[in-house]
Design a protein around this ligand. Structure first.
Ligand SMILES: [Zn+2]
Length: 307
């Protein structure tokens, strides 16, 4: 089913990463810049992430002896230093997720580069290392993102959805490894209801939501893919859901042959396999288009679906 599985370390069948995007209340300030600070209930829901969920998540990782990746907007790094300390004490990767969850597709190249660089500095100052990976806020990967990532020396991106296995984003500035995910492994469609964020889903039971992720993982295990959970502390770090996550990690470990690792290690392994010729990835040249794709009007009247 997968034409070119990666040779995973120690003969593992598949790789898996549980990634958390710790957006905290950056989302609400971005969505409602005029009156965000009056939306106390919404803010409290999102602060649950750094205040309550992150320590719980890191504790569970410690219990299982695993290291994982947190994508954190730089504004949240400054706002919630204790949560970041907890991640770093646990030995986890803190990766780039924008400054305040701004939208790169709505910015020009220069503006995107400015926030990218400003956040790199904050991450470097806090963690002692430049970030190796980036996930676009809300998957808003722009036509400039890949080039800018290559320019800034990023090893990997975690925003795109183009394959079941890692592949390469090729730009005129160099290559970036893509560690893909998709909406099916994101926790918002399963669990998030927020009028403040204009996102209203019928909330599933914790078990039903996690069942979706378990099926996605099992398929990757079967065929040698890469499972990447795109989760959020305020959402999947809630108690009942977290109990189900513990069961999912147990399921992964019981199945065996699973390489659970931080994204930077997965990307470094993929790069090594590409360099030594043991893995031939698919290559996407970005940007996909340099001009607008438009439909030519038919007979001067334009095309209509009913005609
Ligand atoms: Zn996010």
């Amino acid at each position: 089913m997968i034409k070119n599985p990666v040779p995973w370390p120690n003969g593992a069948r598949c790789a898996a990463a549980i990634t958390f995007d710790m957006d905290a209340d950056s989302l609400i300030h971005l969505e409602h810049p005029k009156d965000s600070i009056t939306r106390v209930s919404g803010i409290s829901m999102l602060r649950y992430g750094p205040e309550v969920a992150v320590p719980r998540i890191v504790e569970t990782y410690k219990h299982f002896g695993i290291k994982q990746t947190f994508f954190v907007p730089a504004w949240c790094i400054e706002q919630y230093p204790k949560a970041i300390e907890t991640m770093l004490e646990g030995g986890h990767e803190v990766a780039h997720h924008g400054y305040i969850h701004e939208n790169p597709t709505a910015a020009g190249r220069e503006e995107e580069a400015y926030w990218l660089r400003r956040s790199i500095e904050i991450i470097e100052r806090t963690t002692g290392q430049r970030p190796r990976g980036w996930r676009a806020p809300l998957y808003n990967f722009s036509n400039h993102s890949a080039e800018l990532l290559a320019e800034e020396g990023f090893l990997y991106d975690a925003s795109l959805m183009g394959d079941d296995v890692p592949y390469v984003l090729r730009t005129k500035n160099g290559d970036v490894i893509e560690l893909p995910a998709h909406w099916g492994v994101d926790d918002w469609p399963q669990f998030v209801q927020s009028m403040d964020l204009d996102y209203m889903m019928p909330i599933k039971s914790a078990a039903a939501g996690l069942e979706v992720f378990k099926q996605e993982f099992d398929a990757m295990w079967e065929y040698g893919g890469l499972f990447v959970g795109v989760w959020h502390p305020f959402c999947t770090g809630r108690l009942a859901r977290w109990m189900e996550v513990v069961k999912l990690i147990e399921h992964m470990l019981e199945k065996g042959g699973v390489w659970l690792a931080p994204m930077e290690e997965i990307a470094a392994h993929v790069k090594k396999c590409i360099d030594d010729g043991s893995y031939t990835p698919r290559i996407d040249r970005l940007p996909y288009y340099s001009e607008r794709v438009s439909v030519m009007p038919l007979g001067g009247g334009g095309a209509k679906a009913t005609e």
